[in-house]
Ligand binder design. Structure first.
Ligand code: HAM
Length: 422
């Protein structure tokens, strides 16, 4: 057996790239519509960044980071998520001083050394947004609405938004204490990991996959979070805002997020048909993270969706792409140079133009033209060379016309563009 891609990584072959690009294009377009600007950060970061943000007791940091030392002995990780890097960049480039409130969009590969299974990869791709520098709950509404809007336009129609509030840091301390008291009688039955997390990160028990922990967690009916007046008022605003924006949500589900930086609003979008890994997108507020990473107070909220899972959750398939461009077939290889000249001129006019360079028969060139999805086919042979005119077939309209050489390129360009710019 030859070399293969590593477990949990995938090649995206040309046919699938069309679906990927459609998702990326839709997300970029909608992010722009809501006023989010794209930011790109490196794939490698200082390990300390994720210890201080995602949290030392989380699965991501404890078990799932690809960590290595560089030659200088620095601990480096392949980024497991985007939020921490975005906040680092926000602080490093002083965006808090120059811009105050910023709305950022990002897209790219993330890495987690998880056990691969359907919908769970070691290299996966997220697209997401982060709005940094505002405490206003209406920003939460905007972020969740944008998330749902992107999923819907990408064909994910069968999804539910689970919404909750974890409260501020003070609320979380109170809620943790109350939860500890409720779970104390079952402490000995919890798995080793949950026992270890009992003091430091009790909320993780709520989404532990161990059957006994799961059963114990089930007994915790309703949200384990008690909210102060301000957090309760903000949560009410988020719910009212989503209702106004026509975004249905379910605020009765108990769930915990696997990253430590969250405060107040948290949400997950669960899609049908994804099996065990049914969170297609997730996010929430992280009002302390900017400060925790050495900045001023800056409320923030964001979300990320996994592109692989989004593609798996698509229920509405995109319409088949319409035929585009032109295939120039040649009757004999002595006409290669003449044909290439036309093809190049068409490309410079923005028309997809294809031809054969291998001396294939006319028949197989025409078969290839059909397979390539070109809208136009033209044949260049001796007769065309003598008459200085070429016959253009429009496969979509099932029509044909003969064009003189000197107007051929301009006419094709004009006809191709009139239909392709949509
Ligand atoms: P997360 O829940 O860890 O949150 O990941 C967000 C989404 O990334 C998941 O809902 C899922 O679609 C996808 N995802 C995560 N892990 C994998 C994996 N191993 N394979 C395939 N897809 C995966 C975050 O990453 C937060 N940074 C989200 C956020 C942004 N919160 C605030 N701003």
């Amino acid at each position: 057996m030859g070399l293969q891609a590593l477990r949990g990584t995938t090649d995206v072959l040309p046919n699938d790239v069309t679906r990927w690009s459609a998702v990326e294009h839709t997300a970029r377009r909608l992010a722009r519509l809501y006023g989010y600007q794209e930011l790109r950060t490196p794939l490698i970061e200082d390990a300390a960044l994720f210890l201080r943000s995602v949290g030392e007791t989380t699965d991501i940091v404890q078990k799932e980071m690809f960590r290595f030392e560089d030659r200088g002995g620095h601990e480096i990780v392949l980024r497991p998520e985007g939020t921490a890097s975005i906040v680092r960049a926000y602080l490093e480039h002083n965006l808090h001083k120059t811009q105050g409130f910023v709305k950022l969009f990002y897209l790219g590969p993330m890495f987690r050394a998880e056990r691969p299974q359907a919908g769970r990869f070691r290299q996966f791709h997220q697209l997401g947004v982060e709005a940094i520098g505002s405490d206003a709950p209406w920003v939460d509404v905007e972020v969740i609405t944008l998330c749902v809007h992107i999923l819907r336009e990408c064909g994910v129609t069968d999804a539910a938004v689970w919404l909750s509030s974890m409260g501020c840091r003070d609320d979380q301390a109170t809620s943790a204490q109350l939860l500890r008291e409720r779970l104390q009688p079952d402490l000995a039955k919890l798995c080793k990991e949950c026992q270890a997390r009992f003091e430091k990160n009790i909320f993780r028990v709520l989404d532990c996959k161990h059957p006994t922990c799961h059963e114990i967690a089930w007994k915790v009916k309703g949200s384990p979070f008690v909210l102060c007046d301000q957090c309760q008022a903000d949560f009410d605003t988020v719910r009212r805002g989503l209702t106004a924006a026509n975004v249905p949500f379910d605020d009765t589900k108990v769930f915990a997020r696997g990253l430590d930086y969250y405060t107040r609003t948290v949400f997950e979008v669960r899609a049908k048909g994804l099996g065990a890994q049914d969170a297609v997108a997730a996010g929430g507020r992280y009002d302390s993270l900017v400060e925790d990473l050495g900045g001023p107070h800056a409320g923030a909220v964001g979300f990320a969706t996994g592109i692989e899972r989004l593609l798996m959750a698509q229920t509405a398939t995109a319409p088949a792409p319409s035929r585009r461009g032109l295939y120039l077939a040649i009757a004999q290889s002595t006409l290669l140079q003449e044909a290439f000249r036309f093809v190049q001129q068409l490309r410079e006019q923005g028309v997809i133009a294809l031809m054969d360079y291998d001396g294939k028969s006319l028949k197989s060139q025409l078969r290839e033209a059909d397979k390539s999805g070109c809208r136009f086919v033209a044949i260049l042979g001796e007769t065309e060379m003598t008459q200085r005119a070429i016959t253009l077939k429009d496969l979509e309209q099932s029509s044909q016309q003969t064009l003189p050489f000197d107007t051929f390129v301009a006419t094709v360009a004009q006809q191709a563009k009139s239909r392709e710019c949509h």
